[in-house]
Design a protein around this ligand. Structure first.
Ligand code: SAH
Ligand code: SF4
Ligand code: F3S
Length: 476
């Protein structure tokens, strides 16, 4: 069995994680909701918007689904396995109805969007089905469901960005936060269900993004990650005045960086076709924009990339990696890779391994191809690489990445990094855990220094594993 959990930010990564109530006392509310999120960071960010909408409607959050009046599960459809996990979890959550028949169960997110009302036929004990653009209607839908009707809203929108809603930070470390800057996706990568579940791409009002980041900073947060499926195509036009200002992604990055030099700025995800020199030079200009780019390649073969509709070739991608390294030699780069896409040959798989080696990825999220109903690939191509071949190729990719990650960490031995402390290390309260600008996790003894989470500290790397750097505090 392959264990990819430590390397995935997607469905496997934070599965089943539950949310704690925010600072508010849940007892001040007469009703309680429980929310569980799956999938990408955008889904987690959406759950914080949902929490804000529900709190406004008189619901307090609870960590314990057994005491909830409303149980929500924010779902992911990216791979079949992600959907299976959700279904399994639903069977467990539904048992609550035996003791508390009045409790409502709602399915949110990408699976709700993909399956729509079919969900209610398939899963009879589900009361609400709400798509990613319909969360503002949740209070009304809950009332409908309370009166015994099944409530569904899966309308996608061309405008909705929830710009004016201040997310309720759930299960937060109080130091790092995600901020959605856009929704949807206009790229039709042939394997991908996201354009169907999230709808058309739209960029959020730049002023509301800056405001949210500023509020986070004044509440003690030290790092924001700007989120979108394709952040480099962020483009906001102020439609409120004729000839209103326009803001592209580089402009937005700069504005967020200017909030305060001690507020770190990260972003995800960059599509290789859209990341510009202007973005790279903006990164160079501000020390607080982190030197880290997640640049998913998907495949190292030009023919496969073409079938995937990624709109770049192997050479074009490699030139982009060269460009990043030329402008920022110390920039961390990571990737997403799919093994065994339709008709991929052994030689083409070899090209992926070769490209990984050239790109020296610090880290990758690796998957085998999972056909999604309705996508271009499902309609046009045959999912013809046998499962055992897909798995073997994935295993080779994971093995190579493990070596590349270890080598990357070994190159850091002896180096000194500025680290943002995020909290205690998972293993021991005697150690801090933080990250450097390249997004690498560093664990180091607290020693006698009077430090707190949210502080920056200089750390010298003394040892490493493939996943973590180990170090010691050195004078600034
Ligand atoms: N917008 C991001 C990716 C979002 S989905 C981008 O373009 O990079 C996250 C990752 O899941 C993708 O990069 C891809 O590697 C993987 N993925 C998407 N659809 C998949 C599928 N059908 N099978 C396997 N992996 C898939
Ligand atoms: Fe999916 Fe491609 Fe859009 Fe990423 S860019 S969300 S892979 S369609
Ligand atoms: Fe999954 Fe939807 Fe995100 S399909 S990866 S939760 S956009």
């Amino acid at each position: 069995m392959l264990d990819l959990t430590t390397h995935s930010r997607h469905d496997e990564a934070r599965q089943g994680e539950t949310y704690a109530p925010f600072a508010n006392d849940p007892n001040q509310y007469n009703k309680k909701f429980y929310i569980e999120s799956y999938g990408c960071q955008m889904n987690f960010a959406d759950s914080e918007v949902v929490a804000a909408i529900l709190q406004e409607d008189g619901f307090g959050a609870t960590r314990n689904f057994e005491e909830a009046d409303l149980i929500l599960i924010n779902t992911c459809s990216i791979r079949e396995k992600a959907e299976q996990t959700v279904r399994k979890r639903l069977t467990e959550l539904r048992k609550v109805k035996q003791d508390n028949p009045g409790a409502l169960i709602g399915v949110l997110g990408c699976m709700a969007e993909r399956l729509k009302a079919k969900f209610l036929e398939e899963e009879k004990l589900v009361d609400l089905v709400v798509g990613p653009d319909a969360y503002r209607t949740l209070p009304g839908l809950v009332t409908e469901a309370e009166s015994g009707q099944k409530a569904v809203n899966v309308l996608l929108s061309r405008e909705e960005t929830y710009a004016d809603i201040a997310p309720v930070r759930l299960d937060s470390n109080g130091i790092t936060a995600f901020v959605s800057i856009m929704r949807g996706c206009n790229n039709m990568c042939s394997f991908c269900v996201v354009p169907f579940t999230r709808g058309r791409e739209r960029s959020r009002d730049a002023h509301s993004i800056i405001r949210e980041c500023r509020d986070l900073f004044s509440n003690g947060y030290k790092e924001v990650t700007l989120l979108g499926q394709n952040v480099d195509s962020y483009y906001w036009v102020d439609g409120s005045v004729p000839g209103g200002e326009t803001v592209n992604f580089a402009n937005l990055l700069e504005r967020v960086a200017l909030i305060d030099p001690s507020l770190r700025v990260r972003f995800s995800t960059s599509h290789p076709k859209d990341i510009t020199d202007e973005v790279l030079y903006t990164m160079v200009k501000y020390e607080n924009i982190c030197r880290y780019i997640h640049l998913p390649v998907q495949s190292g073969s030009t023919r496969v990339l073409q079938l995937m509709n990624r709109t770049y070739t192997r050479e074009w991608y490699l030139a982009k990696v060269d460009r990043i390294r030329a402008i920022m030699p110390d920039c961390g780069i990571s990737s997403d890779i799919i093994a065994g896409f339709c008709s991929e040959t052994e030689k083409e798989h070899g090209e992926t391994l070769d490209l990984m080696e050239y790109s020296c990825y610090d880290m990758s999220y690796m998957f085998f191809y999972s056909e999604r109903p309705g996508t271009l690939a499902a309609r046009r191509y045959t999912d013809d690489v046998p499962e055992e071949v897909k798995k073997r190729r994935l295993e080779e990719i994971v093995k190579l990445q493990n070596r590349l990650s270890l080598e990357s960490n070994q190159r850091d031995l002896g180096k000194i990094f500025k680290v943002l402390i995020e909290g205690d290390s998972k293993r021991s309260a005697d150690d801090w855990r933080g990250r450097n600008t390249q997004n690498k996790v560093i664990v180091f003894p607290k020693g006698n220094a009077a430090l707190n989470k949210g502080d920056y500290v200089m750390v010298k790397v003394t040892d490493c594993t493939g996943a973590t750097l180990l170090g010691e505090i050195v004078p600034a």
